[in-house]
Design a binder for this molecule. Structure first.
Ligand SMILES: C[S@@+](CC[C@H](N)C(=O)[O-])C[C@H]1O[C@@H](n2cnc3c(N)ncnc32)[C@H](O)[C@@H]1O
Length: 204
């Protein structure tokens, strides 16, 4: 049995309602058909993928027109290379950020830190720009506060959002998936007679 054909293991009793699992690379999503899904979620995983552009391109490919991507990453403003905690007996705890502008792979030196396993650091603007460049319309950015349990265990985190959430929509009204596509799209809108189109085409 292929991994993708196994029933949802979390479901108790009764037939599965169509949930399927597949082992795949988020940078290609080769097991997912083009234009076949309405939602893609990626929880704390795009920060592990070295080629962000390939991953967003794959997401755009599998989304239906009007489909959504929502993902979280460790908040890049605070989980950046060489970030560490400051503060002591005489001052409140704070976060010292190292090289926010230096993108790439890094590991936390903190033996208890979640980022000790390694992380691809990207600036917040890189995530947003990548979505826009691949024809996704930004829907929302969110920076949720840590919950009470986290604050009880790690009081130093009280004032900082641990995650950044971004959502994007594969627009049903634009054919722009790349810079070249956007340029063609704008030319068609400015000169519809040259292309024979009266209005811009729907997303293929
Ligand atoms: C920190 S875990 C997050 C797991 C889960 N989403 C959660 O929030 O608890 C990161 C996950 O990203 C997955 N991952 C890393 N690189 C990947 C890739 N290229 N394609 C698909 N998944 C990948 C890892 O296998 C791992 O399960």
């Amino acid at each position: 049995m292929r991994e993708a054909d196994r029933p949802c293991p979390g479901r108790r009793g009764g037939p599965p309602r169509g949930a399927r699992y597949a082992v795949d690379d988020g940078a290609s999503l080769a097991t997912v058909a083009t234009g076949s899904v309405e939602w893609v979620t990626a929880g704390l995983s795009l920060n592990n993928v070295p080629d962000l552009a390939a991953a967003i391109r794959a997401v755009r490919r599998v989304l239906v027109s009007g489909g959504h991507l929502v993902f979280t990453v460790p908040h890049p403003c605070f989980e950046a290379p060489q970030a560490r905690w400051s503060g002591g007996a005489d001052e409140p705890p704070g976060r010292v950020v190292g090289n926010y502008l230096v993108e790439g792979f890094w590991r936390s030196a903190n033996p208890d830190g979640a980022r000790r396993a390694g992380n691809q650091h990207r600036m917040l603007s890189t995530y947003v720009t990548s979505l826009v460049e691949h024809g996704l319309v930004i829907g929302r950015l969110a920076e949720p506060a840590p919950d009470a349990r986290v604050i009880a265990e790690q009081p130093q985190r009280a004032g900082l959002p641990p995650f950044l959430l971004i959502s994007g929509l594969r627009s049903p009204t634009t054919g722009a998936s790349t810079s070249r596509g956007r340029a063609q799209h704008l030319r068609r809108r400015r000169h519809p007679s040259r292309t024979g189109l009266r209005s811009h085409p729907a997303d293929p």
